[in-house]
Ligand binder design. Structure first.
Ligand SMILES: C[S@@+](CC[C@H](N)C(=O)[O-])C[C@H]1O[C@@H](n2cnc3c(N)ncnc32)[C@H](O)[C@@H]1O
Length: 441
């Protein structure tokens, strides 16, 4: 039997509904993409990402237009209208097509009795233009709590960071230095007609002028490059790696930083953990494509009994689970999914991971703590709390860094339009008591 064919906008409405109920786009979108034709896939993706990105602003508008709440069973029409408003306000599609096709989608969703309402709302939206947003949070299209938290934490940076969240991030590559130089690869891109330039801070980074499928990138399958944001690439240079070191990547999946470390330095003994078994598969695929090796284990890094053989590490990368508030432009569903109360819980998990893993670091060894968050609660405040309880820890981030803001306990990067994501890095060295004696004697 042929599968019932739902119009694109109806499929998009179902995805947005699922996200508003707590599912991530990365879970809700793939099955939806499988339901539409090849030609429609990139459009569906654009509708879903765009509607999440502008969700809070679009909702503000819809509230002014929808005078009575819909009955529970009819609520799928709300995301359908949000998708349509996104198209009217941001997609450059012809208004009449948006209205007609949304009315059609309303019928396909089994709501023919609401087709007239949908038509009236969208015609009014088209005729009247976008109303003035009712609040700053609506204008910036973020949840109120996020705007307030950032404004409070970063009086000089909050607005630019929120504005950057509303612009799609660039596609950035990391050149595999084992296979060639950045200049060589820039040449290959130019030959392939792909516009690109070197990143400002990451020495092997290349930013593309326009995103493209990885199948268009020369040598991608052979491991010449990987897709990785510039901020994430900065991690490797902070670790000060050298051959023969035993290295732990405690929260490794999908393996972007594991691979970057292995590309940068020969002969590392790399242990890569992740709690999510299915995500470790991605690490394996990335290692295979790049021809690299690591010992992989599915484990809760904080439960040392479950995975540690007692041999300490020279270097640890602790890229903790976090709110993702620095990468909202790549994951706009975070605006709908994250709750203010999540942050304290995340901070507890982060500090606990740091406490546990610290005991696996060799004296004289270095730990890099990283998040893709812009909330101090997950970043420098974790490091400050840790430092209070650990006299044997020293903050050792180089002070000649050209990027980020010095917080006194790590470096904060904010998402920048046309440049890197938001990230945080701190570098902790475990003081070697024997070294101390040597230096004071
Ligand atoms: C920020 S992501 C890591 C990104 C990765 N380092 C990269 O560069 O590709 C955080 C990861 O931590 C994992 N994770 C969360 N809690 C963990 C725990 N207690 N032990 C190990 N891994 C954990 C998650 O499954 C997730 O894959």
């Amino acid at each position: 039997m042929a599968r019932q064919h739902l119009p694109l906008r109806a499929v998009a409405a179902r995805v947005i509904h699922a996200v508003s109920e707590g599912q991530s786009l990365s879970d809700a979108l793939p099955p939806a993409l499988a339901q539409v034709s090849d030609d429609e896939r990139s459009q569906l993706q654009a509708f879903c990402f765009g509607t999440c990105r502008w969700y809070h602003r679009l909702q503000g508008e819809l509230q002014t237009r929808l005078h009575k709440p819909l009955r529970k069973g009819d609520r799928i029409v709300v995301p359908l209208l949000l998708v349509a408003l996104f198209q009217l306000r941001h997609s450059g599609q012809a208004d009449y097509a948006v209205v007609n096709e949304t009315v059609e989608a309303c019928r396909s969703l089994g709501k023919p009795h609401l087709a007239g309402l949908v038509n009236a709302i969208l015609r009014a939206a088209q005729r009247e233009g976008e109303p003035e947003p009712a609040s700053e949070a609506a204008a910036l299209s973020h949840p109120e709590w996020m705007v307030e938290k950032l404004r409070h934490n970063w009086p000089d940076h909050w607005r630019a960071a929120l504005e950057a969240n509303n612009v799609q991030g660039p596609m950035t590559l990391r050149v595999n230095r084992r296979q060639g130089s950045r200049d060589d690869y820039l040449g290959q891109l130019a030959d392939a007609g792909i516009g690109a330039h070197p990143t400002r801070f990451a020495t092997y980074g290349i930013q593309l002028d326009k995103p493209c499928g990885v199948d268009r990138l020369p040598g991608f399958e052979d491991g010449q490059v990987s897709v990785q944001d510039e901020a994430a690439q900065l991690c490797t240079q902070l670790l000060d790696l050298s051959p023969g070191q035993r290295v732990l990547d405690a929260c490794a999946a999908p393996g972007g930083k594991t691979c970057a470390m292995l590309e940068a330095t020969d002969g590392l003994e790399m242990v890569a953990l992740d709690q999510a078994d299915h995500r470790l598969q991605r690490v394996r695929e990335n290692l295979d494509r790049l021809g690299l090796n690591a010992q992989l284990a599915a484990a809760d890094a904080a439960n040392l009994d479950g995975w540690w053989d007692g041999q300490p590490f020279d270097r640890i990368l602790l890229d903790v689970p976090c709110s993702g508030s620095g990468v909202i432009r790549r994951h706009p569903d975070i605006k709908l999914l994250r709750r203010e109360q999540d942050i304290a819980g995340l901070a507890q998990v982060q500090l606990n991971l740091l406490e546990r893993l610290w005991s696996t670091l060799k004296p004289g060894g270095r730990l890099v703590y990283a998040t893709c968050s812009v909330f101090p609660q997950e970043n420098h405040r974790i490091i400050q709390r840790f430092m209070k309880a650990h006299e044997e820890a020293a903050l050792t981030l180089p002070d000649d860094l050209a990027w980020g803001l010095d917080t006194g306990a790590g470096r904060q990067l904010f998402p920048e339009t046309g440049s890197h994501d938001g990230f945080f890095y701190a570098c902790l060295t475990r003081i070697d008591p024997t070294d101390n004696q040597a230096s004071t004697s």
